[in-house]
Ligand binder design. Sequence first.
Ligand SMILES: *[C@@H]1O[C@H](CO)[C@@H](O)[C@H](O)[C@H]1NC(C)=O
Ligand SMILES: [Zn+2]
Length: 291
Amino acid sequence: MKFVITVSVGFLASGLPLCSAWGDMGHETVAYIASNFVTTATKTHFQKILADTTTDYLAAVATYADTYRYTSAGLYSKPYHFIDANDNPPTSCGVDYSRDCGTGGCVVSAIKNYTARVQSSSLSAANVAQAAKMVVHFIGDIHQPLHDENLDVGGNDIDVTFNGVSTNLHHIWDTNMPELYAGGSTLAVAKKWATTLTTAIKTGTYSSDAADWLTGIDITDPVSSAMIWAQDSNAFVCSTVMPNGVSAVENVDLAGAYYTAAMPIIEEQIAKAGYRLAAWLNLIATGSTGL
Ligand SMILES: *[C@@H]1O[C@H](CO)[C@@H](O)[C@H](O)[C@H]1NC(C)=O
Ligand SMILES: [Zn+2]
């Protein structure tokens, strides 16, 4: 496991993954938030599946899927990280499962598949553990608005700069903006940000919204559940990611007013992802959201 994490960090450092969704730190923050909201029974259940009794049992596997997709055995899983909404931002946003989930699958079908596999009593322990890692990762991915968008390869083909560094729109949502705000890319930064967001959910900014975040969640209908999350996330493509169209962001440095407007949405999406992941893991382990 140490080896896998090291490889993943190496990939990010060299800027190779084009659409990994939240960088490692974002995924780990989502996982730590979920760890803070799962029940004791859920924690025991997943620590056993993942053969890890540390408090980092979810965060340690949160980026596995981004490493796996770059292995020859895992190439088939590349489409599982996103759903390519063929909508028309900023005029109209919207995701349609039958239109947008390709024949190779998408993040919504992947959540369905791995939710079934993690509950299987016939698969090998290794396959069940892999399914748990996939669920932790893909519930993170679906909350990054540009992972629910087809335009310009989810913004990967929209060149921008960020504090003078050449990058692309997708990448600043995954990595540059969250890391600038949270103060780095390490596991310790993720843990600290997760602690702040956990308090915001329990007693702060999000305490009156959190119950609504679970509207429609149904473990017997993973596609409908995940489509609610995808729609919710994709709407931010029109309102926040490119409210004035592509030309307003292309080749622009977005570290100023754009970053200031985007950051509250990024924080809310990370918080939501962690809370919904906790509910989903509780449903898998105990049959109720526990929240
Ligand atoms: C479900 O996951 C398994 C293991 O990764 C994969 O082999 C299979 O193709 C997936 N099925 C669907 C329908 O996504
Ligand atoms: Zn991903």
